[in-house]
Ligand binder design. Sequence first.
Ligand code: AMP
Length: 121
Amino acid sequence: MAYDSNNIFAKILRSEIPCEKIFEDDFALAFHDIHPQAPVHALVIPKGPYENYAAFAADASDEELIGFTRAVSEVVEMLGGSIKGGYRLIANCGAHGGQEVPHYHVHILGGKALGRMVADK
Ligand code: AMP
């Protein structure tokens, strides 16, 4: 499917709407989720136009893949003490995955014991 450049994260990348920024480099932007699902809830997005994990894995350059992966780690480091007990990385993909925003992103959740995986069965 073609990437929709009108999605909200594309608008954040173009600075058309604000975000509560945590980190930015050439490959990634990280910011706090507007509706946090845990005491700490950050989002990390690649700068390139990739709809989901599969598109990113298939189409991003090696430099982008490495840069984004390291950026997620950098954000985890920056969140530091607030997620010292551990954290969860989630990448929702497609309708059944619960993906709302069609720009690839990783959620970093923590700040309390999160329980096991998904709540609804
Ligand atoms: P997903 O369901 O995996 O696509 O997650 C999208 C996430 O983006 C949700 O957790 C939303 O709360 C979050 N979100 C939507 N709009 C914004 C925004 N303007 N700033 C920060 N987070 C947002």
